[in-house]
Design a binder for this molecule. Structure first.
Ligand code: AMP
Length: 361
């Protein structure tokens, strides 16, 4: 079984680390010679739209997947001439544009924050009237980790943001005063079988995920999130792991965005669930049965962003598992994470109070 991965970052690295015990060989395509996967799998060094490199990857793999959602849709379709590619390229198309994505959610009767496509200052002024303030002006494409976003609290802000961002395609979104942010991770196999992980509670700063707590136990919200995820999975005839991020407002969930791939808010599953998101992704794309998503305890996952903390000290905490991605430190860059799995909620609370878990917040 040979897996090809578009992208050689930490997500691809963790897919490979889960797929190799299943007997898979992994090749990946990434233009950066020092990509986090470069020491653990075979690399094809090339651009994501280089047809020769894409064909080589496809010919060396029984199935191709991707580890970031900005893979050009045309490249995913090109690969599908030669070999299977999962998740389907259509999932990429939907998730690459916030307007298409939110419209897709709404078509499936999955609620989202109010939004409007913005093509002119006039559109922006009308949208501010309709949606109200505060609101967020975001780029429709290529936005991640809070990049390409401006908070608009006044009409003057709107004009300023328009003059700074007008060269990009834009969307205005209602600013949601959420109760909390949660995400669901789901996996769908080639036979349509679906499994769901418990909801995760996520804490962001500057638009970047810092800390996740799992499971977030709420039967009503869990059922709602699973229902919404199932609609997305079935509509796309999806294969692999999918993540959807929601804003919880009371007993409602508003979908913020989806990621057609393994997700940072699922890193806790490596030690905190019977089968990790990475293994379930590998199983799904290889056509194997999916594994149990049962939790093994109460997990907290903290990202190392920009700089590494005192790793030796973290490793002295019982049940702490450190993952380093072999990346050069740079401001805002995800360099690694730690997951601690406690036997119960109280122990996790205690560790959160005593350990230096908030170093990243
Ligand atoms: P995004 O790039 O859309 O995932 O946004 C990154 C983070 O910014 C989210 O996880 C939220 O913390 C915050 N954010 C994004 N959109 C909104 C919104 N419409 N209302 C409130 N907060 C938001």
């Amino acid at each position: 079984m040979r897996i090809g991965i578009l992208g050689g970052g930490q997500l691809g690295r963790m897919i490979a680390l889960a797929a190799i015990p299943l007997g898979a060989r992994v090749t990946f395509l990434d233009p950066a010679p020092d990509a986090p996967m470069s020491h653990i799998a075979k690399q094809i060094c090339g651009a994501y739209d280089d047809e020769r490199a894409l064909e080589q990857l496809a010919r060396e793999a029984d199935v191709v997947t991707y580890e970031f959602e900005n893979v050009p849709v045309a490249s995913a379709q090109f690969i599908s001439q030669f070999t299977k590619i999962f998740p389907p390229p259509d999932a990429l198309r939907v998730s690459q544009d916030r307007v298409v994505e939110k419209s897709f959610f709404n078509t499936l009767e999955i609620p989202t924050p109010k939004f409007a496509r913005i093509d002119s200052l006039n559109d922006l002024e009308n949208a501010v009237d309709e949606i109200g303030l505060p609101a967020l002006l975001k780029t429709r494409t290529l936005g991640y980790d809070g990049k390409g976003q401006a908070l608009i609290s006044t009409r003057a802000d709107a004009e300023r943001a328009w003059s700074e961002m007008q060269s990009a395609e834009l969307v205005l979104e209602q600013f949601v005063n959420f109760t909390r942010e949660v995400s669901i991770l789901a996996a769908r196999g080639q036979n349509g079988e679906c499994v769901y992980y418990p909801l995760v509670e996520n804490f962001h700063r500057d638009g970047i995920l810092r800390l996740s707590l799992a499971p977030f136990l709420d039967t009503g919200l869990q059922n709602l999130a699973q229902t919404y995820a199932q609609r997305v999975l079935d509509a796309l005839n999806y294969v692999g792991v999918l993540a959807i991020e929601f804003f919880q407002v009371g007993d409602e969930l508003l979908a913020n965005e989806m990621a057609p791939r393994v997700h940072n808010s699922g890193h806790w599953t490596i030690e905190g669930a019977v089968t990790s998101q990475f293994e379930n992704h590998a199983r799904a794309i290889l056509g194997l049965p999916l594994g149990s998503t049962q939790t093994r305890g109460y997990s907290v996952m903290v990202n190392f962003i920009g700089a590494l903390p005192d790793v030796d000290a973290l490793l002295q905490i019982p049940d702490a598992h450190v993952h380093l991605y072999d990346k050069t430190p740079r401001a805002g860059r995800k360099l690694g994470h730690v997951t601690m799995v406690a036997k119960d909620d109280k122990t996790r609370e205690k560790r959160l109070e005593t350990g230096d878990w908030r170093f990243s917040l």
